[in-house]
Ligand binder design. Structure first.
Ligand SMILES: [Fe+2]
Length: 221
């Protein structure tokens, strides 16, 4: 009797596959970013859209042993080796995971070296915001606007289509993103409909500059 239970348990466990990637919890509640980003959009964006990227990425991992035990960053950096589904869903997972962390219900400003380098590189903080907003506004269709640190340690603004990102070996402007803005309609349509410009303006009220500053320090180490 005991042997048959043990055999049954072994059979069950050998067929259980543990997901390599999971959707991270939001570091605040769905309604915390109101009135800038509304509760319903946040809930659908996190629980449905991000979840779908993770589910699809895990399916690619199950189908391709080369993806086993790779981090999402490693997959992005070598994305030219993989298929389009991997590119789109690894990008979707990485981009959204970063996005949730650089938002905050508490208003902050860049500090220390990041503020100094923003002023040096873009003229002023306001000028940086204008240039970044333009990059987000002019991204045709779906995609992202980024503030990145390039290979030479310089700050740069860039944008990518779909779920591509600056880590990927297939994009023209490469670097480590420290701030990203999702300009897919799923990020703003419920509240802002076609007014992407209003969504971008609202974004500036809820950027977690403490986290962006932390990420900048980390890259510059
Ligand atoms: Fe999104």
């Amino acid at each position: 009797m005991k042997k048959s239970i043990l055999l049954l348990l072994t059979l069950i466990l050998s067929n259980v596959s543990f997901a390599q990637f999971t959707v991270p919890e939001l570091p605040y509640s769905f309604e915390a970013l109101e009135p800038n980003f509304d509760k319903e959009t946040m809930q659908i964006h996190h629980d449905k859209h991000h979840d779908a990227y993770v589910t699809q990425l895990n399916k690619q991992v199950d189908a391709n042993p080369a993806l086993k035990n790779k981090t999402v960053e490693e997959i992005c950096r070598n994305v030219s080796k993989y298929n389009t589904l991997t590119r789109n869903n690894a990008g979707g997972h990485f981009n959204h995971s970063l996005f949730w962390t650089i938002l905050s219900p508490t208003s902050t400003l860049p500090s220390g070296l990041l503020m100094e380098d923003i002023n040096k590189t873009f003229g002023s903080f306001d000028s940086f915001k204008t240039q970044f907003s333009d990059s987000a506004k002019t991204r045709f269709g779906s995609g992202w606007a980024w503030l990145i640190v390039d290979g030479k340690g310089k700050l740069k603004i860039s944008s990518t289509p779909n779920q591509d990102n600056p880590l990927m070996d297939i994009v023209s402007v490469k670097g480590t993103p420290i701030l990203g803005l999702d300009v897919w309609e799923h990020a703003y349509y419920l509240k802002y409909q076609n007014k992407r410009v209003d969504y971008i303006a609202a974004f500036w009220n809820i950027v977690n500059w403490n986290e962006v500053t932390r990420r900048y320090k980390e890259v510059k180490k």
